[in-house]
Design a protein. Sequence first.
Lengths: 116, 114
Amino acid sequence: GAGVSQSPSNKVTEKGKDVELRCDPISGHTALYWYRQSLGQGLEFLIYFQGNSAPDKSGLPSDRFSAERTGGSVSTLTIQRTQQEDSAVYLCASKKNRGAETAEAFFGQGTRLTVV
Amino acid sequence: AQSVTQLGSHVSVSEGALVLLRCNYSSSVPPYLFWYVQYPNQGLQLLLKYTSAATLVKGINGFEAEFKKSETSFHLTKPSAHMSDAAEYFCAVSALGNTGKLIFGQGTTLQVKP
């Protein structure tokens, strides 16, 4: 597609349920990032995938959070046993591999997760 | 460790007035700096970036920013605000380690009054 696509755009879930958030990066972009945007915490890095390398999970807030990237393309962020503090907008971004530090990050529109 | 501080969570200007959004950074090495804009219910869009070439960087929609090492600043300006500039603006620094992950400031919401 032309841009980074995320689904669903909105998700309401009950506390304790598991949720899966999906990200389709721009075709050919090997770097993929997940960020969380919440009131009071701003934009926080969660996880980074680069090609076939082991992901950088240093930003995941707890072991209830996990992510995978299949075939170097689509990524899924899974939150198990959701808590109310997980309510936030989850943003996915992708970059071309070359010059990762300076390359532009292209963001999806995000998934707004509400845990009730 | 690297960090970014945006001074002022909300800035309000009149249409046609100068826009100045402040960003200060902390970095142990020469930083790569970015300004992103987020319109309501949308993702972030790159406005401009500093990658150690020219210190005055021009971006889209008439925005520019100047990298000042002595002041550790990267303030965003626009000479004349338009109503369409109302949005949230984020300053960010590229984290060490060549991963390309971004460390963001807390954001500044720009309000433009008619």
